[in-house]
Design a protein around this ligand. Sequence first.
Ligand code: ELE
Length: 205
Amino acid sequence: MNIRDIMRASKVMPVIVIERIEDAVPLAQALVAGGIRVLEVTLRTPVALAAVRAIAAAVPDAIVGVGTVTRPEQFAEAKAAGAVFAVTPGLTEALAQAAKAADIALLPGVMTPSEVIAALGWGFDAMKLFPAEQAGGLGMLKAMAGPFADVLFCPTGGVTVESAPRFLALPNVGCVGGSWLVPKDRIAAGDWRAVTQLAREAAAL
Ligand SMILES: O=C(O)C(=O)C[C@H](O)[C@H](O)COP(=O)(O)O
């Protein structure tokens, strides 16, 4: 799957933080049950790669990837764990090369026109706008559509269930990312029913 296929598979990409490995599979199952198949597991916790491995093995309907990738070696590690895509908060040449070497689909993070130009130069035409609200939100994306009409964005950072439809209505937005459908307290409580309900709402956007 290339990154545009993955963006097409879900209008909302949940940004997941797994603290306890035993939460990984039930959380993924809860999201998939609600209609959200594309899952970004952030590499922010010690169990993140083990969580990717567990989800890839036990939840065949999930399309699992990793987020918060900031070091080149993480692409190969993520792929070995079963990730089919990776998301970065920003992009450097070292990261671009390592993603290509690992042969993993990449959604690179950008926040300025110069960063968009650099990402295009490294061969990427789908990008995460991060942090989306802080970067200018809807107005920023509308302005980017002028010079970068062929770039498809996934705004992430500050997006909510209320603001998501306004982002998704823009022609240069393929999907949005957000943590709102995987609230920390619901995961800690093991409240998978609530997660499925949030996923259902997100899938219906
Ligand atoms: O760590 C990364 O690489 C990220 O992807 C950062 C996330 O995009 C934001 O943390 C999500 O932002 P919220 O939906 O506002 O919570």
